[in-house]
Design a protein around this ligand. Structure first.
Ligand SMILES: NC(=O)c1ccc[n+]([C@@H]2O[C@H](COP(=O)([O-])OP(=O)(O)OC[C@H]3O[C@@H](n4cnc5c(N)ncnc54)[C@H](O)[C@@H]3O)[C@@H](O)[C@H]2O)c1
Length: 382
């Protein structure tokens, strides 16, 4: 078993998810490479935080508050960086320049300029492997949908709908946090937070987004500041993007991408609907283990549901009939990253992590969407 020695920068929500995935790596009996987390860093490191990581992992040798100390650690080969968006550019570039492999978080730079500077740094360090975290396409149902696409099960694409919908911000009394402040989260607002997730599969599918007409909404304009007062909440809550997409063989179709923080009835709903002339497929995380397919039989339409179990891209010890959940998808995503690190390429097209070039496409789209909304116009990406 090969080992990749990791450091984590940012020990919050997502830092813990990676650590937990590493703690149960033996769930993946066919992996011949594993992560060993030897260094952890958080600017606001607390004794409880450090204890959780140290006791759970048993491999941590360095715990620091300054990420530069972690980067100076010669034993660290790869870094997972899960910090607020305003820090992506500086810290990702420093990680790359230190010669460490990088799993960065979305949006991979707070804006297009920051994203470009990360990609420029990567271009100068060809031996560094960098990917962007995004887990939902690792759902067995989405892996099946990917295979259907590769087998041309859909025929001519009629329309694609992709989205990620939350409702936690319906609660107007929810205290503001960094994800609702432009300074930390960026001008993209909800698109920067949820957008990369919606684009992961369409970009792997090779669908090229050519232009966009966007409508952005700032519905709740102030929130409690947690100190008894109110603070301005300036980020876009909801974004609806109507795009022209091309399938690479001369066909064009509408692709609607929705990212919403204020979506009544939704908790954490990621969905993808692909409508084609031969078949259509509908997936939503509200029915995480089901893939609905409609086959066009000419005069009749045949509606079927595949009940998915644990048919994951990277074999798990969990029995094939057992359903998956969010933390299984995180584990699969990390298996994909380690697989790519070891083998230099993804195991299959739809079991690959988001590449830096794919994040650049997402930035072109979100930047164009800001312009589209502002000018009430359709904006071309190319
Ligand atoms: N893949 C996903 O599903 C998913 C889900 C949520 C968030 N994210 C992304 O993960 C990233 C982090 O989000 P989160 O929800 O974990 O945030 P969080 O606020 O829970 O954690 C961020 C951590 O970074 C630390 N930090 C801040 N400045 C630092 C610095 N200079 N050096 C070291 N540590 C520093 C904070 O103290 C905090 O503990 C963001 O890019 C976000 O978009 C991804």
């Amino acid at each position: 078993m090969d080992t990749v020695k990791f450091g984590i920068i940012g020990l919050g929500l997502m830092g813990r998810e990676f650590a937990s995935a590493a703690m149960r790596w033996s769930h993946l009996p066919e992996m011949d490479v594993k992560p060993e987390i030897i260094a952890i860093c958080d600017k606001n490191l607390t004794p409880d935080m450090e204890k959780w990581y140290r006791e759970g992992l048993g491999t941590v040798k360095q715990a620091v508050t300054d990420y530069k100390e972690l980067l100076a650690n010669k034993d660290v080969e790869a870094v997972y960086c899960a910090v607020p968006h305003n820090l992506h550019e500086q810290i990702y570039v420093d990680i790359i320049n230190a010669g460490k492999h990088l799993m960065g978080e979305k949006p991979f730079g707070i804006d297009k300029k920051a994203n470009k500077s990360i990609l420029d740094a990567l271009n100068k360090k060809k031996d560094v492997v960098a990917r962007c975290a995004s887990e939902f396409p690792f759902t067995p149902a989405m892996q099946k949908l990917g295979k259907m696409l590769e087998e041309d099960a859909f025929g001519q694409i009629i329309e694609v709908e992709a989205g990620f919908l939350h409702s936690s911000d319906l609660d107007v009394n929810k205290v503001i946090n960094w994800k609702r402040m432009i300074k930390f989260n960026g001008e993209y607002g909800v698109m920067g937070d949820l957008g990369m997730h919606t684009l992961h599969f369409p970009l792997k599918a090779g669908w090229k987004i050519v232009d966009v007409r966007a409508f952005l909404s700032n519905i709740v304009k102030e929130r409690p500041d947690g100190k008894g007062g109110m603070a301005p909440c300036e980020t876009w809550d909801n974004a609806t993007l109507l795009c022209r997409a091309e399938d690479g063989s001369g066909g064009a179709f509408p692709m609607t991408i929705k990212t919403q923080r204020i979506a009544p009835g939704e908790k954490n709903t990621w969905y993808l609907n692909v409508k084609g002339m031969k078949s259509s497929a509908f997936f939503t995380t509200r029915k995480l283990n089901t893939l609905e397919v409609i086959k066009n039989e000419g005069k009749e339409q045949l509606r079927q549901e595949y009940e998915m179990g644990h048919q994951v891209a990277f074999k798990s010890i969990t029995g094939g009939i057992f359903e998956v959940g969010f933390s299984d998808l995180i584990l699969q995503m990390w298996a994909a990253f380690l697989y790519e690190l070891k083998n230099g390429k993804p195991k299959s097209r739809f079991s690959g992590c988001v590449t830096p070039e794919e994040t650049a496409v997402s930035h072109s789209l979100f930047t164009a969407a800001l312009e589209s909304h502002k000018n009430e116009s359709t904006v071309k990406l190319y």
